[in-house]
Design a protein around this ligand. Structure first.
Ligand code: ADP
Ligand code: MG
Length: 359
């Protein structure tokens, strides 16, 4: 039996080798084109699942033993030593919070709960104005301070830090980093719709990985756009999508999405149905996709320009959608593809960088 097991492990597998399953409330799908034996594939699966488990242990808000829960329960003002991983994700979050002028804000946790999303979810209902005002008074990303030098962080107000809008992206990065360490060069990782691709789908035929941007409709899993992941060089590229079409509840026909506008304390309710951001790091992509969904079309495109984001917005128009790409998206993927896909380009807005005179 030992001998048989041994030779079985040495058996080469026909690519693609695909691993699929469910993990922390979502799915994972890892596709590998590099040559692998059965034994190697089993080790890889164990390895990347351990990476995912680490992320969950650090930043889940659904398990009592998570590092983030301890941080949320720690006394105010006191610096807490935290894992590298948590510090990194907190730091990315705070950068995006600043650059998005607070549209992305990890201190929305209590609002998320109030709107019946998240770990403390109650029956679906619209919270009272008083309850909202009370929570809103606390919320604000300045209530969290991150000290990356000394690997510590603290809360200065009693906010509940929620990393759901960035943790999945970070987890995708961690899986990719693990596969890189194992010497793999051709893979696609999909964690609940957050993707990262490296190399080619088919090296012989030079076929790129292709990813689908979903039609923004509940229950639909059709692709609105299929985008080949070829950039200037064959570097790894990731994409994260935020949308109002999957995680929401309805009261009297009104849709309440799980993305909260931290400026009003209410779920976002504009015409932008989904935002996709392409970025070398999926954590950044994930955070930015959420930020762009919060602010709506005009401001999202302005932010995409200011921050050189490769962004694709699907905007509702009656029963249909309009797709609109940021200038960086067009630069990266090329005008030809953008035209082929029927994606609109943003016409350049009037420059806003006029010199400021007087004080
Ligand atoms: P998905 O899980 O669908 O990929 P997101 O990445 O957009 O979606 O994350 C949504 C989650 O992020 C919400 O469930 C909530 O926990 C949290 N969240 C909601 N609004 C914000 C916000 N403005 N900034 C940061 N996190 C948010
Ligand atoms: Mg996000």
């Amino acid at each position: 039996m030992g001998v048989a097991g041994c030779s079985e492990n040495d058996r080469p597998l026909d690519p693609p080798v695909r691993f699929e399953g469910d993990i922390f409330g979502t799915f994972y799908q890892v596709t590998i084109m590099d040559p692998l034996t059965l034994g190697e594939s089993r080790e890889l699966e164990e390895g990347f699942l351990a990476e995912l488990e680490d992320v969950d242990q650090a930043m889940s808000t659904y398990r009592d033993d998570a590092e983030l829960i301890a941080f949320n329960e720690a006394p105010l003002e006191e610096w807490q030593p935290l894992s590298n991983e948590l510090i990194e994700v907190l730091a990315i979050s705070q950068s995006v919070a600043e650059a998005s002028h607070g549209a992305f804000d990890i201190t929305v946790g209590d609002l998320v709960n109030l709107w019946s999303f998240g770990p403390g979810a109650r029956p679906e209902e619209v919270p009272s104005d008083d309850a909202l005002a009370e929570q809103l008074a606390q919320v604000g990303f300045d209530a969290v301070e991150v000290d990356t030098q000394n690997m510590q962080a603290r809360r200065t107000r009693d906010v509940f830090v929620d990393l759901s809008a960035v943790a999945k992206g970070h987890a995708t990065d961690q899986v990719a980093a693990y596969l890189d360490q194992q010497g793999l060069e051709h893979y696609l990782v999909n964690l609940g719709g957050d993707l990262i691709a490296r190399g080619l789908r088919d090296e012989d035929a030079q076929t790129p990985w292709r990813i689908g941007i979903e039609v923004p409709e509940d229950g639909q899993q059709r692709a609105q756009h299929v985008i080949p992941l070829v950039g200037p060089a064959l570097e790894s590229i990731s994409v994260a999508t935020s949308g109002d079409y999957r995680n929401y509840f309805e009261v009297d026909g009104e849709r309440f999405s799980h993305t909260i506008d931290p400026r009003t304390g209410r779920p976002v309710t504009h015409q932008v149905a989904s935002t996709s951001v392409f970025h070398p790091s999926n954590a950044w992509a994930d955070a930015w996709a959420t930020a762009l969904l919060v602010v709506g079309e005009q401001e999202a495109m302005q932010m995409a320009i200011e921050n050189n984001l490769k962004a694709l917005l699907l905007v509702r128009e009656g029963e249909q959608w309009r797709s609109i790409a940021s200038p960086e998206f067009v630069n990266y993927f090329g005008e030809t593809l953008v035209d082929e896909l029927g994606i609109e380009q943003l016409s350049a807005p009037a420059p806003t960088n006029q010199p400021v005179t007087g004080e």
